[in-house]
Design a protein. Structure first.
Length: 219
């Protein structure tokens, strides 16, 4: 399974390519600032192209067939998660401050409002944990999964899926989407290889597309 998850947020759009093959799980995480050979950033490329054209471009860029995709608009996903709710419980992986609003988040489980979760998943590179935003946005996948499968009634999941479909653009039917969430749920730290593009922990200011590193990671 090759699935591209696009977390749509204007020029701060981020991209997650999940690979599941022969029981091995890999996740590539792409910053909105990463530049392709044309000089455009990935988020600029996404905004310029149609969905079909961008998928074609991305397949060529990573040299993989993208079988499934989900495009999740940040605001509509938040509406889905907070339907009939005032608060949600999150598990924050690391202490940080969202600088745009000066909102401080402690590490660990906590109740958040819609406004707080908006800050929690809005793109910024934290200091010193620059990869924190990717960990937080991955947490959204778990929140969506919990919302989909939390109600055990037979009719609940299809109903929730129909509601989610109003918040995302996807070519995935319910069985495939549940298969993805099942694979993601079973992904524990240490069992999934992750590569963030660019690798901000390398100490390099270079934001270009590291083709050889991506090829090595995938293969």
């Amino acid at each position: 399974m090759n699935m591209l998850f696009i977390f749509e947020d204007g020029m701060n759009t981020t991209f997650y390519l999940y690979l599941l093959k022969d029981g091995k799980k890999k996740l590539l995480r792409f910053s909105p600032e990463v530049q392709y050979q044309s000089g455009e950033t990935l988020s600029q490329k996404y905004r310029l192209l149609s969905t079909t054209a961008f998928i074609d471009f991305f397949e060529t860029a990573v040299q993989l067939k993208i079988e499934n995709f989900v495009i999740a608009d940040k605001e509509r996903v938040l509406d889905f998660l907070f339907k009939n709710k005032q608060e949600l419980v999150i598990n924050n992986p690391a202490t940080f401050t969202y600088t745009a609003s000066d909102r401080y988040f402690e590490k660990g489980k906590q109740h958040v409002t819609k406004a707080a979760l908006t800050d929690f998943i809005s793109y910024q590179l934290d200091a010193p944990n620059q990869l924190g935003i990717f960990e937080r946005q991955e947490h959204v996948l778990r929140l969506i999964k919990n919302e989909l499968v939390g109600d055990k009634r037979i009719t609940a999941i299809p109903k929730k899926f129909n509601e989610l479909n109003k918040s995302v653009t996807t070519n995935m039917k319910l069985p495939t989407l549940l298969k993805f969430f099942k694979a993601y749920r079973e992904t524990d730290k240490g069992k999934t290889q992750r590569l963030t593009v660019p690798d901000v922990l390398s100490g390099s200011d270079e934001l270009s597309w590291p083709q050889k590193k991506i090829e090595t990671f995938i293969n």
